[in-house]
Design a protein around this ligand. Structure first.
Ligand SMILES: C[S@@+](CC[C@H](N)C(=O)[O-])C[C@H]1O[C@@H](n2cnc3c(N)ncnc32)[C@H](O)[C@@H]1O
Length: 471
């Protein structure tokens, strides 16, 4: 992050604007709206700016900038069209430790003024750190549509209940949950429709409901998808914003973790092949303990929690302990990686079914029905298959699969580092040995892989190699 977003209280503070033109006027209007006392210094001052200063009982100094203009000032804006003057103002302000903004010159600024969507008391600030004002404007337009003007009224009404709710629900987490309940109920719509009295009555009624006064813990087992944060479900995102504590796996990418509420406690519970940083039983017990402490616990797992995710074991322990839980599906690696690699998992010409199989085998032959997996007209997706890849290929061929059966290895699928290796059962072991392959990887076997050269759309250039395949 290049700049720390903060909201400054400038009410009744002297704020200096150096410059008297339209740009200075825009900044002065903003400062005035936030209650600042303006001091404007410039040899010539725009008549509207002059009127603004006079109306707010500010000061006009109709002359060039002098260092003494900084005396008693809280914040400085340089908005002249003279670069030398702007630089001098910036330097003088910085030497006094005063926050300074030079319009359109981020390198001279100690703070920048973001673009804002004003729904006072709700104010949304947007900044691109000076890189693209047009992009900032686009984002602002989207937010303007998304956040109706009535949000300000809603915020004021909720604010008027704050101390009352605090008096009834002593626990901070309980209060947060109460407000979430209120905001997901009819209150916002009532306020937007101008039915504030109804909304107030509803809040009063809900405050009297005993369950809202208790803090009961709950666990949400949530699938985070295969890596691309855009593949999170809306429900996953909402729960990530509401969690008190998050237990996450190695497969949950940093980009996804960034979307978790910043002040939620985040606990990495690992799980790499043969290196389970926290044993499963311990994870199960942690979930129970944290929920019993009254917390909203988010168990965030890569892909889908119920597909090779041991989700069943975790909720089994929760059910036993009587902890309420919910399970939220995620996009599983097979589906995410196949789509991003350009491999349809089924196809009416060559694959009428798809199987998800674990490649993490305790012994090399006995656990899977290889003869079934070797059949044509289907797609077989192996999770956790990299270590046993040579065995998978050998077993499939030994049980009747054609040596030229297409096969793909998708590495770090759906992420910016995705790579796809395509070959056949015969060629793939050597290809993997020759290429540097990074976990996680998924293996797709079937004639559908033959379509990949036509259908690849994501990071096309990241196709590492094709070997032994037609097309
Ligand atoms: C323990 S399993 C968890 C699967 C997860 N629950 C799901 O539904 O995707 C981990 C395996 O999923 C596969 N996997 C997960 N994310 C992946 C990705 N982004 N790219 C390739 N394979 C992935 C790999 O085979 C990895 O070894």
């Amino acid at each position: 992050m290049q700049f720390l977003p903060v909201f400054l209280n400038v009410r009744a503070q002297n704020c200096l604007v150096v410059g008297g033109g339209e740009v200075a006027l825009r900044k002065a209007v903003l400062l005035d709206r936030a209650g600042a006392r303006l001091r404007v210094v410039a040899p010539r001052v725009h008549s509207t700016l002059e009127a603004l200063v006079v109306a707010g009982a500010g000061e006009l100094r109709i002359r060039e900038f002098r260092e003494s203009d900084l005396d008693g000032v809280f914040l400085v804006v340089a908005a002249t069209d003279d670069e030398l003057v702007n630089a001098a103002v910036s330097e003088a302000a910085k030497s006094r430790g005063l926050p300074v903004n030079v319009v359109d010159k981020p390198s001279l600024c100690s703070f920048i003024v973001p673009s804002i969507v004003d729904r006072s008391p709700v104010v949304i600030a947007i900044s691109s750190g000076g890189t693209s004002p047009i992009l900032t404007r686009r984002i602002k337009e989207k937010i303007e549509i998304l956040v109706p003007a009535a949000y300000g009224r809603l915020a004021l009404m909720l604010g008027s209940f704050r101390s009352r709710v605090k008096g009834v629900i002593a626990d901070g987490r309980g209060r947060a949950r109460f407000w979430e309940h209120i905001l997901s109920g009819p209150v916002p719509d009532k306020v937007f429709a101008g039915e504030e009295e109804d909304a107030r009555r509803y809040i009063e009624q809900q405050l009297a409901v005993p369950e809202h006064q208790e803090v009961a813990g709950q666990v949400f087992l949530v699938g985070a998808g295969p890596g691309d944060p855009d593949l999170l479900t809306l429900k996953a995102l909402r729960l990530m914003e509401e969690a008190d504590v998050v237990l996450y796996d190695r497969l949950v990418s940093p980009e996804i973790l960034q979307r978790v509420r910043p002040d939620a406690e985040k606990i990495h519970v690992g799980k790499e092949r043969a290196n389970h940083s926290v044993p499963q039983e311990q994870i199960n017990e942690m979930l129970v303990r944290l929920a019993q402490e009254g917390k909203r616990v988010l168990r965030l797992k890569g892909g889908d929690p119920f597909i090779f995710g041991r989700g069943g074991e975790e909720i089994d322990r929760l059910a036993e302990a009587g902890i309420p839980f919910q399970v939220v599906p995620g996009i599983t690696a097979a589906s995410g990686c196949a789509c991003y690699a350009g491999i349809p998992l089924t196809h009416r010409d060559c694959s009428q079914s798809v199987r998800f199989v674990t490649g993490h085998l305790r012994d090399e032959s006995g656990e899977l029905d290889w003869a079934e997996l070797a059949k044509e007209q289907q797609t077989v997706v192996f999770y956790m298959g990299l270590v046993g890849l040579a065995n998978i290929c050998a077993q499939l061929m030994a049980h009747g699969a054609a040596p030229d059966m297409p096969m793909a290895l998708v590495q770090q699928g759906t992420t910016d580092t995705q790579k796809v290796l395509t070959g056949t059962l015969e060629t793939m072991p050597a290809m993997v040995a020759e290429n540097e392959v990074k976990a996680p990887t998924i293996i797709i076997v079937g004639r559908v892989v033959g379509l990949q050269s036509r259908y690849a759309w994501f990071r096309k250039s990241a196709l590492v190699q094709r070997d032994g395949m037609a097309g």
